[in-house]
Design a protein around this ligand. Sequence first.
Ligand code: ADP
Ligand code: MG
Length: 252
Amino acid sequence: MNIIEVNNLTVNYGSVTALDNINIKIKKGEFLGIIGPNGGGKTTLLKSLLGLIDPTSGQVKVNDDRPIGYVPQFSNFDRTFPIKVLDVILLGRLEGKIKFFHKFKRNDIKRAEEIMESLDILNFKDRQISQLSGGQLQKVLIARALIMDPQVMILDEPTASLDANAKTEIYNLLKKLNIDKTIIVVSHDIGVINSYIDTVACLNKTMHYHGDDTKLGKETLESVYGCPVELIAHGNTPHRVLHVHEEEGGKK
Ligand SMILES: Nc1ncnc2c1ncn2[C@@H]1O[C@H](COP(=O)(O)OP(=O)(O)O)[C@@H](O)[C@H]1O
Ligand SMILES: [Mg+2]
């Protein structure tokens, strides 16, 4: 069953075309990695899936009643904001209705604590978010998305500013969530995500490729990134290491 279907999606911002005639079907339970250069339209596609952007033309169909869990791009989050971990996670329950002095139900707090426990961040419950490491904060943002019990989780560059260990930890967590959820993740770490994902989508305004990541070729990658890409396969299990030109893929 396709949980998401995107048909002929085009999104323009004024005179800029961010997405040009995108088609993609995402199966229930799929772990999809989206790669592509900066400005390639990855965030725009995610926001379109979430219904946060009205398409210029085409449609996005989501075959699920539950809200989609969304972990936005890290850099858009104000880490200095004085708020504690538990409250950030509970904000996920508000569904966009921000009310001052909102009183959370006992059940919401219990659920938040269960999720924190499963993500191994319960110890930080009463800590200010400014006192967390990047990896810990990313887990808090994942917990905030999980509190609505989504079937689909969408994460925009969740490992962009993390060190190698924290990256691995986040991908292991996503793999665990993938047991009963559809996962859509934007990442530049194709070398790392290779062992986690089912399919990969290469996006640079148009969809260059969507399919089995082991069949993704060097030529496709280079045409997406517009620069040389180094692929290293080793061992029996296909393992791909992608080095893209710093300017194109390395920075946010
Ligand atoms: N709110 C906006 N207004 C105008 N242009 C935008 C806006 N958001 C994104 N863009 C442009 O759309 C293109 C795709 O951006 P984006 O989806 O953020 O790409 P990515 O996430 O792959 O880096 C870029 O050219 C970007 O400058
Ligand atoms: Mg982006």
